[in-house]
Design a protein around this ligand. Sequence first.
Ligand code: GTP
Ligand code: MG
Length: 479
Amino acid sequence: MNDFIFRDIKLRNNCERTPCHVIKSKVATVKDSTSTPPASLIREPHKYFDQVVITVRSGDGGHGAVLTMPGQRSPSKSQGRDDQNQARQRSSYKRDSDGSLILPMGGHGGDVIIFADESKDSLLELHRKSRHNAKRGGNVDAMGVLTSQLRDGSAASTLRIPVPVGTVVKRKRGKFIADLAQPGDEILVARGGHGGISLIEMPAHRRKRVINLTTNVMRDESDKVLVLGQPGEEVSLELILRVVADVGLVGLPNAGKSTLLAAVTHAKPDIADYPFTTLMPNLGRLDGDPSLGAMKYSSDATLADLPGLIEGAHLGKGLGRNFLRHLRRTRLLVHVVDAAAEDPLNDYKTVKEELRMYNPSYLERPYIVVLNKIDLPKASVRWPSLAQEISIIGKKAGHSDTRTKAEQLSQALEEDAVPSSVDSTNVDKEKQLEDYPRPLAVVGASFLKRIGIEEMLKEIRSALNKCQSLNDDDDAAAA
Ligand SMILES: Nc1nc2c(ncn2[C@@H]2O[C@H](COP(=O)(O)OP(=O)(O)OP(=O)(O)O)[C@@H](O)[C@H]2O)c(=O)[nH]1
Ligand SMILES: [Mg+2]
């Protein structure tokens, strides 16, 4: 049996970890799976695009090796060229300033990082491939060379998984890990295993201390010493997408939300005269107002066109209410009402009530109402009085209330509270719509005929600027 010493041998941890935000590693892209996606995924992508459970595994650390001391005969007594090679290799072990040998360690296993990628707009791809394994680190061979050094470097490359901006990462049925709300945000979700140490086998006459075999130094069945790398970690994660947008468009199906988005941005959403044309949120970028000059050009904003909401959505009718989570990050809501419909006032109240049932704080968020389709005779006659009626429903918006709720909302997001729990337990349940703020403005428009669009944009921008100055006040107070 061989004995080993590690006095005088300094093990260089060749893979000390840097904090996750400064990890600079070779990018290993996630390969597209060629497997056929489940039929339900193809039929009903809107049920899957914003939520997925994946399993990731970081790479195992590579194994160290049992090496012979420079100048010693190899225990295998190998002859000829092999012998010469080994002697050359052994004599090349580096020494530290105090003369200790620096031995190679097994390579680190690859880490797994999830990052927010602007080019991704849904989590559907991850349903097709739900398991992601990073590579293992290289082993140290009998000559003290890391097997992967020739090709990839000592540590295995980091596996980077792209997700849409706005993805919340949680442990499966567990705690919140990260909110990847900005492009480029990233989180290390599984750390690769450390490489195994290497040992020097000493000749019998120089044995000084027999080491205890530690967890990663073991013997196999044939009594051979193994210096194992640490295993990687395996974690199951739940990814939840919450669209990042400044303005959320809400309304009944067919009200004209997608037509609005197409009229004011470059987005090309599906538009049709049947309900639930929109199944997943569409995003569009609203340019800033050039008339305000360069300094104010920052009033550009992202608009999210959501699927239509119907009465009973909170009970699962229509598309249900799950997509309402995509309003969470918006600063402003735009209620789109079909002014030519049978009972537009009731339609408006229905949508507000469904929002309240989902999350009462949505009703405290600043909002404007757009009465659409005023090109149609029925609407053109009634919209001014309708606007008057809607504009006085509720109390005048108070910023302090809004902020309190906004804080609650961000707290809920941090803790990843499910909004329905706010809904069902909150005393607000008894509140009537009248207890919530009035709209900041009510305008008439026809998105199809491009009537009233400028006025609507003026109101949207002015509302956004108000939200912005509110945030600035907050920042100043905090500083
Ligand atoms: N006359 C008239 N028709 C309009 C106007 N705006 C939209 N429409 C029509 O109303 C229908 C529904 O428009 P969409 O934009 O798809 O409505 P939506 O609110 O996105 O509907 P969902 O996606 O089902 O929720 C389409 O046939 C549009 O052409 C308008 O200003 N005037
Ligand atoms: Mg639509």
